[in-house]
Design a protein around this ligand. Structure first.
Ligand SMILES: [Zn+2]
Length: 327
């Protein structure tokens, strides 16, 4: 079983629920990308299936635990995404709903459905699922993971137990990364950028593409600090012309703006962006409300990109607007 770092409160809460045999039928694990939500989805699944739990925790060694870890437990169903946006279709939801009403004929006596990485989930899909999570059969469990609990309709959310997964401390993150035998230099750089978000740290070390995106963000923040519109346009252009890629970079820049707004009030606040030092510097130049204004502009640019505006146009307009906010 993969070790879970941090999240002590969440682990305690789950142990208590397991010991009292009150594990909810529908749960949502939510938190930023890379912080371990899928790890928790599997942990929860093990909690439901483990044959020898110790103190409300899965043993990690019995056959069901091992099979969950290997993702080949027959009573665990991973809902499949489809389409360009890798979403859950109405058809998939209907199939799962029908399947969930068929009593299990297996050892565990349970059926566990995992919906991983829920984002922009169709309202119709959610309404189909709502029918089953409102009154689930006693053997059926539904586990969702998403970056935000607000990915779900209020009606769905009210039927689920939403559990926040958080990044761990920087030193825990370093310890976790050492287990993978990464170079010390890489670990230091990764933790400087992504702190206790172990998933993002691993991606930073192993994915050259993410590294190049982090450099774009650093240059973008520097350009804003220097009030250099040309520099900002140029660095954002280097993200390319693929809409999804440009949006990814803009959402990383947005994290830095969120950090900037928080840091302008409290210099010691926890940050989620990839460039704390630069953002700290930026927070001395921008007021919190300016940072929020820029955040709003980035959101507008992202939705423009979604509705077929050319990335070149969106990025140029955004850069000019950012400069007008700070002038
Ligand atoms: Zn076990």
């Amino acid at each position: 079983m993969e070790k879970i770092y941090g999240n002590e409160n969440l682990l305690c809460r789950l142990s208590r629920l397991r010991k009292n045999k009150r594990l909810p039928h529908s749960v949502i694990f939510y938190g930023e990308r890379g912080c371990g939500k899928k790890l928790f989805a599997d942990y929860y699944t093990m909690l439901l299936l483990c044959e020898k739990p110790k103190d409300g925790r899965p043993c990690g060694e019995c056959v069901p635990c091992r099979r969950v870890g290997e993702k080949n437990h027959p009573d665990v169903i991973y809902a499949q995404t489809s389409g360009k946006l890798a979403g859950y279709s109405v058809k998939t939801a209907r199939e799962i709903r029908s399947d969930a009403f068929i009593k299990p004929n297996n050892n565990s006596g349970k059926k566990i459905y995992q919906f991983r990485d829920c984002r922009n989930m169709d309202t119709r899909t959610q309404n189909v699922l709502l029918k089953i999570i409102e009154e689930p059969p006693e053997y059926a469990y539904f586990i969702f993971t998403a970056e935000s609990e607000y990915e779900f309709l209020p009606t769905v959310l009210s039927r689920c137990t939403a559990l926040a997964v958080s990044p761990c401390k920087d030193e825990d993150s370093e310890n976790a990364l050492r287990q993978y035998n990464f170079e010390d230099n890489d670990i230091k750089e990764a933790v400087d950028c992504f702190h206790g978000n172990i998933g993002m740290c691993i991606q930073y070390i192993t994915d050259v593409h993410l590294r190049s995106q982090v450099i774009i963000i650093k240059n973008a923040v520097d350009s804003i600090i220097r009030r250099d519109e040309y520099g900002l346009v140029k660095t954002l252009f280097s993200a390319g012309t693929d809409r999804a890629e440009v949006r990814k970079v803009l959402s990383m820049l947005d994290c830095s703006m969120r950090d900037c707004a928080v840091l302008s009030r409290d210099k010691k606040a926890r940050t989620i962006g990839s460039f704390r030092n630069g953002t700290l510097h930026l927070s001395e130049i921008l007021t919190g409300s300016q940072a929020i204004e820029i955040h709003n502009l980035i959101e507008v640019a992202c939705s423009a990109l979604q509705s077929n505006i050319s990335p070149v146009l969106a990025v140029s307009a955004l850069s000019a607007e950012i400069m007008s906010v700070i002038d």
